[in-house]
Each structure stands twice: as C-alpha cells, then as structure tokens.
Design a protein around this ligand. Structure first.
Ligand code: M6R
Length: 609
C-alpha cells in the first residue's frame, strides 16, 4: 500500500521526506512524488518508477524547504504513470494532496466536478479528493476547515495529507480507515503511513484515530474530530528497532499479513458494493458478455489455484456455470479444449508467474476472452488480460501467501454475485449474500482472536510427523490451502483430500501421533464429516476441528475444537477457516525455528518455468 511522509521543522524538509520514503520502500510502490513550497507556490515533483527516478528530478536543482510532503504510490485507480503519481493539485493549484486508501464515491464526485468545469490530469480518486477539498478552500476558510468539510463529502478509506501555498507553516492530515501516524519532535513534527519512517527522527508517536484531522506546525500538533472538537494528543514511546517497525512490530511479515486480512477484505470490496448492496463491476465486461459465457476456466498456481477452486465451487453452486480449474503448468501443455464462448480467468498475486503468463498467452492466441484477478497493478498478467480485477490487498512480502488468498476468493465471490445480479438469476438472493460479504471483515477480526488458542495447539502438536487437512465441499478446498501453508513454512508433510476420500487410500497413513485438521462449516454434511473424524481417531490419530459457533454436533467428536463465527453463506464460513489454519502453520513453524518469511527452496514470484 502507499507510503506517506511529511515533515515541518528546521531541517531540509525535502531531504527528510525523501529519506522517509526510502524507509517505506519495503512496502512496494510503483511511483513517487514530493511537494514543497517555493516562492509562494507549491512545487510538485513526481515520477513513475523507483525512488531513484524521483531523486534525479529532485537533484536537478538545489531544493531547500522547511516543510514538505511525499508519497510512494502502489497503483489502484489508474496505472503507474507520472500523471497518476501523487501529490495532486486541486483545480487552482493552491493545495497539493497525497493519499492512501480508496475513495469509493470518486466517480460520482468526478462527474459533479466535471459538470462545474473542473479538469483532471489523472485517472486517480486522489485528484478528485484534492479538487473537493480545494473547492471548500476556495470559500476562504482555513486549511483545516476545508479538509474537515471536504472529507465529509468523501466516502471510503483515506489517510490524506494536504499542503497549502497560502498557509505555508502547516501540514493538515485526515484519517479514516487507512493508517496514519504522527511523530512528535522538539521544534519539528512529522507524519507517515507507518512507524519506521518516523523512528530516525523521533520515538514519540501518535496513532491518529479514525475520523480525525491533525494540524502539524513547528510549535506542535493539534488534533480534532470531524465536527471540529479538539481531541487529546496521546503519544506512545516506540521501543522497536527499525526492522521490527517495518513489520509493524510483528515478528514476521507473514504474521503481519495474516493480521491485515480484515483490512484487506474491506479494501477488496471498497468501491465495489454500493449503498443499495449492489455490486459494481461494470468496468469488467459489458453486461451482455456475461450472458454469452457458457464455461469458465480458472488457471493459476499454488495458493492462487486453491483460490480458483473456491471460485469453481461458487460458480457451479450459485450460477450453475460449468467451471474447471487448471494448474497453469498443466494447462499450457495440456492441449485444452476451449469453447469460443468460454472465459479464462487468471488468478495471480504477483501477476508475473511464468506458467500463468504462458497459459494466458495461449488463450489469447486462441481468441478466448481473458480476465485477470491480480494483486500487482502494472504486472504482465494484469497488462495482457482483456480485463483485470485487482485484489487491492496491498504488497504481500512473505513468500507464504495469506492475505492474497482471502482477497482472491473475495474477488471471485464478488464476481459470482455480480454475474447473478446481471443475469437476475431467480433463486439467488444477491443482496443477502452481499450483506454477508460486507460483514466478513468483522468476522475475520474475531478469527484473529483465536491466535492464543492456535499457539496452544501449535505447542502441543508441533512435533507431529504428518498432518492431514480434510473437509467436504468448500471446506475441502480450504483444506488444500491450509496444508500448503504448513508444509511450505514448517516443513511438515501433509496429506490433503476431501474427507470422503480418506478410506480410499490415505487412511493407511494414520497412526498415533498423526494430526488431522478438519474444516467443518457445512451443516448438510456435518454427520458425514464426524464419521471421517471417527475413522481417524479409531486408528490413533488426533482430530482438530474448526467449526462454526452454532455447531453442537462436531464438538462431541473432535479432540480439539476451534470455533469461528458462522455466516449465512456457508461458503464464507469455509473461507474464514483459513485464518486459524494460517495461524497454526505460522506458530508451528516459529516453534520449530523455521525461516518463516523466506522458506527454503521457495521464491515469492516464480518467473521461470
Ligand atoms: O504470484 P502468484 O499468485 O501467481 O503465485 C502463485 C504461487 O507461486 C504462490 O501462490 C505460491 O504457491 C505461494 N508461495 C503459496 O504460499
């Protein structure tokens, strides 16, 4: 996700904010920019590409200012270009803005402003926010007032920071949902999207609360709520070293990314579900295309393949749309039968996986419609697919994929519901399903509270020789992902299959000491899953069952019970079982002393065959 930096004080502010951006580089970005006052005007310098590009631009002449803001962008609305890079001016170039998050109602606002004669230079939602605040500011009020009034017109997530040419001695920032931290110095103050960018300058940090506006001057920091009432400033002292701060205080990126999932789920649906619970994916294909499609092929590798299996489950169950899921490496050499009316969906976090890219090119050569579900904007798969839906999960650094999986499944769910909505399918209660999807982030938060229980289970079973991951229906799909996590980072052999398949072979592996982790969220097959649990226990195996909070059947059968909040859409309950599984894998690996973020033999992005 984007990096934000800001400084006011006696040092060379341009140098300070550039240094701050460097400290946020680990988060990933595709363009960067800086704004600072020069002779009564706000100068904006920005470039697509790495920070070295921005550095060249800054270095073209001496830059010295006591106040500056800067931004590194990870593209969401509009590609990674010079124009789309932040900062953005308002219509009158009186203010410059940087922003992290997604303004959900930016299209409506843009239309409104265009009708008033505004002209936009970029495709970003941020420039729209700049024009909105600029419009308020033109009314002759203070910068903080303009920000306060402006953000009331915005819907969505934002951490935004504003600099004005006529009030040179202050930086104003606002926050709703996206993180923003303030650094309290002596005669100088700072802000950033993340703590590591503050630590070389101060260890006194204020985590700006939701719906707050902060004004930074050299004299101090004032915070108010959206109604203009002052709020107390409560700095905390940060002890972490810089490396720990990059991980948000977590021991590993993987754990940080597991904990980011509620936020990722919110980001993923941001701007895609409106107030009437209608799904907005109109930019994908025009509506008639969805009625022409007679078959879907989902093509991906690893975790993305496992997400694809969840897509198949939904597409077939909800839409009755025949769907196959292929490993990219098999697809490209498998001489697949492709109907001209089919849609090929390519799921990839990195957007650079060589096998998936080759499979995409094969489909394009056969003139099949292609759709990407990709995390990294500007990546090869995103560029080459006819259309792409971005997962908006932010950079994933740990090799073991966690938040990308939940985001991929969420996008596939949105897509399935969108098709049902467009086709007005009788019997599919889209609104109810969307309501469940909107509540998913909150239920994910509850699942994260299971961490202590998962640590206890990890301590108890960390020396297991083999771990089964089992379930039925959607639970069987999530079982594959749970198993992949454990083998990938804890190097424990796993055996994963639909629970009903056990007695056709894998059961032979069960003996005392073997663990079987079950996801059991589907009421209709609860009894069947319990029978499979009994088969394991009868041979000396131990059963850990992840069940929904209304389940009173499974608890009598399992050795260990983990309860997650259930959803009316059982498919979404199954998805959430991945969170305790990820936590289990993580803590087993940690207790076994494994190299978690970079497991042996594996790379984050597999760009070779
Ligand atoms: O970038 P992609 O989503 O295309 O990557 C696919 C797989 O390489 C990836 O999901 C891999 O399986 C992960 N390391 C699993 O955690």
């Amino acid at each position: 996700m984007c990096g934000i930096a800001g400084y006011i004080g006696p040092r060379n502010a341009v140098e300070v904010v550039f240094d701050q951006l460097k400290r946020l580089e680990y988060r990933g970005y595709d363009s960067a920019g800086v704004a600072f006052p020069v002779n009564g005007h706000i100068e904006v310098l920005k470039r697509a590409g790495k920070l070295t590009e921005l550095q060249k631009l800054i270095g073209e002449e001496p830059r010295d200012s006591r106040i500056a803001i800067a931004h590194s962008r990870w593209a969401t609305h509009g590609g990674p270009t010079n124009e789309n890079a932040h900062p953005h001016y308002d219509a009158y170039e009186r203010i410059a803005i940087i922003h992290n998050g997604i303004i959900e109602n930016y299209l409506e606002l843009r239309e409104e402003l265009l009708a008033k004669g505004h002209k936009f230079r970029s495709q970003t939602d941020t420039e729209v926010a700049a024009h909105v605040i600029g419009e308020e500011y033109a009314g002759g009020i203070s910068l903080e007032e303009a920000v306060r009034k402006g953000v009331k017109r915005l819907r969505g997530a934002y951490a935004l920071v504003v600099l004005s040419q006529s009030e040179e001695g202050k930086i104003v920032a606002a926050r709703n949902a996206s993180p923003l931290v303030l650094g309290v110095g002596s005669g100088e103050n700072l802000l950033a999207s993340d703590i590591p960018a503050l630590l070389p300058y101060t260890r006194e940090v204020v985590i700006l609360e939701e719906d707050s506006i902060a004004t930074l001057t050299t004299a101090g920091i004032q915070v108010m709520d959206l109604d203009g009432r002052p709020k107390p400033l409560e700095p905390i002292h940060i002890e972490w070293d810089i490396a720990a701060a990059e991980r948000g205080g977590y021991e590993h990126f993987m754990l940080k990314e597991i904990h980011e999932q509620p936020e990722v789920l919110r980001q993923c649906i941001a701007g895609r579900v409106d107030d009437k619970l209608e799904i907005r994916l109109d930019q994908v294909f025009s509506e008639h295309v969805w009625t022409e499609i007679d078959r879907v092929n989902i093509i991906a590798c690893g975790t993305a393949y496992n997400a694809g299996l969840m897509g198949k489950h939904l597409f077939e169950k909800l839409l009755r749309l025949p769907t196959d899921v292929y490993y990219s490496s098999e697809f490209r050499y498998g001489d697949p039968v492709l109907s001209p009316r089919s849609l090929a969906i390519f799921v990839s976090q990195s957007g650079e996986t060589a096998d998936t890219l080759a499979a995409l090119r094969l489909c394009k050569s056969r003139r099949i419609r292609t759709l990407g579900i990709v995390n990294v904007i500007g990546s090869s798969i995103a560029r080459e697919c006819d259309r792409t839906i971005f997962t908006q999960a932010g950079p994933e650094i740990s090799v073991a994929s966690t938040k990308a999986y939940t985001a991929q499944v969420t996008v596939l769910t949105l897509l399935a519901m969108y098709i049902a909505q467009v086709q007005e399918m009788p019997g599919v209660r889209v609104e109810e399903a969307v309501q469940e999807l909107v509540g998913l982030a909150e239920r994910a938060e509850v699942c994260l509270k299971l961490e202590d229980q998962m640590i206890g289970l990890a301590e108890k079973y960390k020396d297991m020789p083999l771990c089964f991951f089992l379930g039925r229906g959607a639970d069987a799909n999530v079982a594959l992902e749970g198993a992949l996590k454990l083998k990938e980072i804890a190097y424990i052999p796993t055996e994963e299959s639909p629970a009903g398949e056990m007695k056709h072979g894998p059961l032979a592996l069960v003996q005392p000491g073997v663990i079987a982790m079950f996801g059991s969220t589907d009421r209709e097959v609860r009894d069947k899953v319990v029978s499979s649990m009994k088969e394991i226990q009868a041979r000396g195996g131990t059963v850990i069952a992840i069940v929904t909070d209304d389940d009173t059947v499974t608890e009598k059968a399992a050795d260990e019970i983990v309860r997650i909040p259930g959803s009316k859409l059982e498919f979404l309950s199954a998805l959430l079982t991945i969170i305790p599984m990820q936590l289990f894998a993580y803590h087993v690996a940690r207790l076994r002393g494994c190299e978690i973020d970079q497991p042996r033999n594996l790379a984050k992005s597999v760009t070779v065959e």
